[in-house]
Design a protein around this ligand. Structure first.
Ligand code: ACO
Length: 377
């Protein structure tokens, strides 16, 4: 029988990404994540995931125009968002909205390669608009439509905060999206592929993925990091003492450790650099200073305990998103925005070479029982 949680089980082949946890390496379609994060944009990475190669200038320009043309919300979808309660979890709102999008698409059930590509592009383009629109509505503001000629990252921050971000903020958001776009057979990707395996439609697959990402053991860890930073900040405690106390009490320190990485998560390295830049520019380095103290304390404690536990991507994304003006309860929805190209790229692979995903279970219940008539039970 496979280990609990399917750990180590290879469930299929993919050309999209690979992780070497021992050395802290992540590649998307052959390219190192560090190279992609420093030298490409989210739009180029979407193209790479769906086409296997980076676009040239002409291909990228056309692709960006297509994304922009699909980013606007229809009146019907705005009406759906308006009916949602203002205190709904943003991930629940997004899950409901993506499901509703499918009901308005007359070709929702078509899963030809061309149709899956069309929906991959549509969902990637429109998800940031949905997330920002719901946030504005719940705060009593009118949703904003995306601006023409702007990137996904720029438009998302504009639609959320009501003002166009400067270059540093825009690039920071863009890199954060690149870093979260794809991550091999994680739980939400697996959920999407299981749904596709039944030949169900793309909207159902992404709804499954969003529901899976919503869980605190998957997409929600950076929220816990921010809670931790706030707790330490408000308590006025020495961060090293706080970390020591937490570990002595058997608690996990959020933003550290990973099932796959046994070295620093390469995404954390890039985000740390971005955090430095954006926080210095904002003149607010409180969260980064605190994060660095926690990181140093953890390095000390883990060395003493002989454990290979390093910062993961969530450790720095929490303070970066906060500096970008993204509310804490929207962090997981931002993850969903970034991961939509990865999920949909997996759908292209799954539909292209499908077999129903249907594992077995080991029965450990009783056998041979006889039904006793109801009045005698
Ligand atoms: N703080 C303190 N100790 C830790 C931490 C941590 N964050 N993570 C692992 N450890 C300890 C474990 O308690 C375990 O100790 P033991 O050997 O004495 O029992 C040892 O290190 C080894 O743990 P692993 O086997 O590596 O942990 P596992 O693979 O089961 O869990 C997980 C990985 C869930 C990510 C864990 O490290 C954790 O809970 N981290 C905090 C939450 C977090 O940041 N999650 C985000 C992950 S990244 C992402 O999903 C995008």
């Amino acid at each position: 029988m496979a280990g609990k949680g399917l750990e180590g089980v290879v469930v299929g082949q993919s050309r999209l990404s690979d992780i070497n946890g021992e050395v802290g390496e992540l590649i998307y379609a052959g390219y190192d994540i560090d190279d992609l994060a420093r030298n490409t944009t989210f739009e180029e990475v979407c193209y790479l995931l769906w086409n296997g190669e980076l676009p040239n200038r002409e291909q990228l320009d056309g692709f960006k125009r297509e994304l922009a043309a699909n980013a606007r919300l229809s009146d019907e979808m705005l009406a759906v968002l308006r009916t949602l309660p203002r205190d709904a979890d943003p991930m629940a709102a997004l899950r409901t909205a993506v499901s509703a999008l499918g009901t308005f698409d007359p070709k929702a059930d078509e899963i030809t390669d061309a149709e899956v590509r069309r929906k991959a592009l549509y969902l990637t383009a429109v998800t940031p608009t949905l997330v920002a629109a719901y946030d504005r509505l719940r705060n009593g503001n009118e949703p904003l439509q995306p601006k023409e000629g702007k990137s996904v990252a720029s438009n998302f921050l504009y639609m959320l905060n009501g003002e166009e971000p400067n270059d540093t903020r825009c690039r920071t958001m863009d890199v954060a999206l690149v870093l979260h776009a794809e991550h091999a057979m994680n739980a939400s990707t697996f959920a999407a592929r299981v749904t596709a395996g039944t030949l169900s439609d793309v909207y159902s697959c992404i709804t499954s993925a969003i529901g899976t990402l919503k869980g605190p053991s998957h997409g929600g860890a950076n929220v816990e990091v921010m809670n931790m930073l706030r707790e330490i900040d408000e308590s006025g405690q020495d961060p090293a003492a706080w970390v020591h106390g937490a570990l002595e009490g058997g608690k996990k320190v959020m933003g550290f450790g990973h099932r796959v990485y046994r070295a620093t998560d390469p995404r954390a390295t890039v985000l740390r650099e971005l955090a430095d830049k954006i926080m210095a520019e904002a003149g607010e380095t409180r969260w980064l200073d605190l994060s660095d103290k926690i990181r140093a304390a953890m390095a000390d404690e883990m060395e003493k305990r002989g454990k290979k536990i390093y910062p993961n991507v969530d450790f720095f994304s929490a303070s970066v998103y906060t500096t970008l003006g993204i509310p804490m309860d929207l962090f997981t929805a931002v993850f969903a925005i970034a991961r939509t190209p990865g999920w949909t790229a997996h759908l292209l692979e799954q539909y292209a070479d499908n077999r129903l995903i249907r594992p077995s279970s080991e029965y450990v219940g009783p056998r041979g029982k006889k039904v006793v008539p109801i009045d005698q039970r």
